[in-house]
Design a protein around this ligand. Structure first.
Ligand SMILES: Nc1nc2c(ncn2[C@@H]2O[C@H](COP(=O)(O)OP(=O)(O)O)[C@@H](O)[C@H]2O)c(=O)[nH]1
Ligand SMILES: [Mg+2]
Length: 419
C-alpha cells in the first residue's frame, strides 16, 4: 500500500469536459471519492462545457493554461481526467500542465493494484494495465512509471536488430499479455475445483460491498475503532482495510472494506474488479451498502447482486444497509429486511450490530473455557475449527477465549467458565 499516516497526501486536480452525454457532476463526485480512496487529496475540480473533447488536448487551451497556474499555486502533484485519454492527449497535457497526467482508468487501475490481495487479483490487474498501455505507448512517459507490474522498459540488448524501442515494447507487452492470460486460465480451472474447499477457521469476517461514495469506509470507521490498527496477530495476513470490533454479544469479528463498484467501468477492467471482490466470496456475511439519498440506489443494488451472484456468493448471508439516512429522513424502505443507518450521525448502528449478531449466531459462538489438560482433543478441535483469541496455561487447565462453530459448541459446554 502506498502512503502511511506520516506521509503527506499527493494533491491532485480533477478535470473533465462536460458534453452533456451523462451526469458529469455525479461522475466527478465519484472520481473525487476514488482519488481519496487512493490516498490522494483532491484540491480542485475543473469542468468545461464542450461539444466534444479536443482531439489533441482534451480541454481548451485557455482552461488548461489556467489549470497549469492553479497547479503551481496549490502545489498540485498530478492532474486526473475523468475520461480515458489517448496516448497523444496524455503527452500533450503533460507538456502543458507540467505535472504527471492520469485518466480515470489509470486511477482505477492504481487502486486495484494497491488492493489486489489474491494471486488472481494481481494477475487480472496487471493484465488490465497492459491492455490499457498497449495503445498508449507513445504518450505514457512519466505516468507510465506510476504503474508497477511487469511493464515494458529496459529494452537494451534484447531488442532485435532494426527494431525500434516502440516495436520492442509492443512485442514485449503482447507476450506478457499472452503469458498472463494462460496463467489466469489455469487458475480459473483450478479454482472451480477447489472453490469451497478453502477452510474457514478465522474470526468471522463481514465484508462491506457497494458503489464508491455510498459510505463504506465511513461506516467501517463508525463501527470499528479507527485508532486500532492492524497490529494484531489475527490481522497479519489480512489487508490493511480490515478492522476488528466486538459485537454486543461479545463475539469478535473483522470488518473488511472492499474496493467500491464504479460506474462507467471500462470493459477491460471488469474481470480485475471482480477479482478484488474475491475476498468477499469467503466472508461470513456480506453487507450490501447503498446510499438512501441517491435515486440510483435501487439500480446499483441490482448490479451489486448480479456481480455477487457471478462470484458464487449466494450461500453467504447478505444484508442490505441503507446509509446516509440523515440525508434522506423521509425516504421509505421497500425492503423490510434492510437496515437504515447513518455513518455520519451513528443513527441505526446499534440496531445494525444487533442484527449482525443474530445472523452470525447461526454460525459461530464465542466461548470462554477452561480445558482440562487430560482432554487435549478439545483444544485440537478449537484450533482446527475455531479461532483462539486469547489463551493462558493455568494450573487447572488451558484457558481459552475463542470462537467455535455452532455445531461444535455442545462439546465445550462442560468447560464453559461461568460468570
Ligand atoms: N450525510 C451523510 N454523508 C455520509 C454518510 N456516510 C458517508 N458520507 C459521506 O459520503 C462520502 C463518501 O463516503 P466514503 O465513506 O468515502 O464512501 P465509500 O466510497 O463507500 O467508502 C463522504 O463525503 C462521506 O463524508 C452519512 O451517513 N451521511
Ligand atoms: Mg471507501
Amino acid at each position: 500500500m502506498r502512503g502511511t499516516v506520516l506521509e503527506e497526501k499527493e494533491k491532485v486536480i480533477l478535470l473533465a469536459a462536460d458534453t452533456g452525454e451523462f451526469d458529469r457532476e455525479r461522475s466527478m463526485a465519484e472520481l473525487w471519492a476514488l482519488a481519496e480512496s487512493n490516498d490522494m487529496e483532491p484540491v480542485a475540480q475543473v469542468v468545461q462545457k464542450r461539444d466534444r473533447p479536443d482531439g489533441a488536448t482534451y480541454l481548451g487551451e485557455g482552461r488548461l493554461e489556467e489549470t497549469r497556474q492553479l497547479c503551481v499555486d496549490l502545489e498540485v502533484q498530478a492532474c486526473i481526467f475523468d475520461d480515458e485519454l489517448t496516448g497523444v492527449q496524455i503527452r500533450n497535457l503533460e507538456k502543458i500542465l507540467e505535472v504527471p497526467v492520469m485518466d480515470r482508468t489509470m486511477l482505477i487501475l492504481e487502486i486495484f493494484a494497491n488492493r489486489a490481495t489474491t494471486n488472481e487479483g494481481k494477475l487480472q490487474t496487471e493484465l488490465a494495465q497492459l491492455h490499457y498501455r498497449l495503445p498508449r505507448l507513445i504518450g505514457l512517459g512519466s505516468s507510465l512509471s506510476r504503474q508497477g507490474g511487469g511493464g515494458g522498459g529496459g529494452a537494451g540488448a534484447r531488442r532485435g536488430a532494426g527494431e525500434s524501442k516502440l516495436e520492442y515494447d509492443r512485442r514485449h507487452i503482447r507476450r506478457r499479455i499472452d503469458a498472463l492470460q494462460e496463467k489466469l486460465d489455469e487458475i480459473q480451472v483450478r479454482r472451480a475445483q477447489t472453490r469451497r474447499s478453502r477452510q474457514k477457521n478465522g474470526v468471522p469476517v463481514i465484508s462491506l460491498v457497494g458503489y464508491t461514495n455510498v459510505g463504506k469506509s465511513s461506516l467501517l470507521n463508525r463501527i470499528c475503532d479507527a485508532e486500532i490498527f492492524a497490529q494484531d496477530m489475527l490481522f497479519a495476513t489480512l489487508d490493511p482495510t480490515a478492522r476488528k470490533t466486538t459485537l454486543p454479544s461479545g463475539l469478535e469479528v473483522i470488518f473488511v472494506d472492499t474496493v467500491g463498484f464504479v460506474s462507467r467501468l471500462p470493459h477491460n477492467l471488469v474481470e480485475a474488479f471482480k477479482s478484488t471482490l474475491e475476498e468477499a466470496a469467503y466472508s461470513d456475511l456480506i453487507l450490501k451498502v447503498c446510499d438512501l439519498s441517491d435515486e440510483e440506489a435501487a439500480t446499483q443494488l441490482e448490479i451489486t447482486d448480479q456481480v455477487l451472484a457471478e462470484l458464487e456468493c449466494s450461500d453467504i448471508p447478505q444484508l442490505v444497509v441503507y446509509n446516509k439516512s440523515d440525508a434522506a429522513p423521509d425516504a421509505l424502505l421497500f425492503d423490510s429486511g434492510a437496515m437504515k443507518v447513518s455513518a455520519a450521525t451513528g443513527q441505526g448502528i446499534d440496531a445494525l450490530l444487533d442484527r449482525i449478531d443474530t445472523i452470525l449466531a447461526d454460525r459461530v459462538r464465542m466461548v470462554e473455557v477452561l480445558l482440562p489438560y487430560n482432554d487435549l482433543s478439545l483444544s485440537g478441535l478449537l484450533r482446527a475449527n475455531g479461532t483462539v483469541i486469547e489463551e493462558e496455561y493455568r494450573a487447572e487447565g488451558l484457558y481459552c477465549r475463542a470462537t467455535v462453530r455452532r455445531e461444535d459448541f455442545h462439546r465445550f459446554v462442560p468447560y464453559l467458565i461461568q460468570k
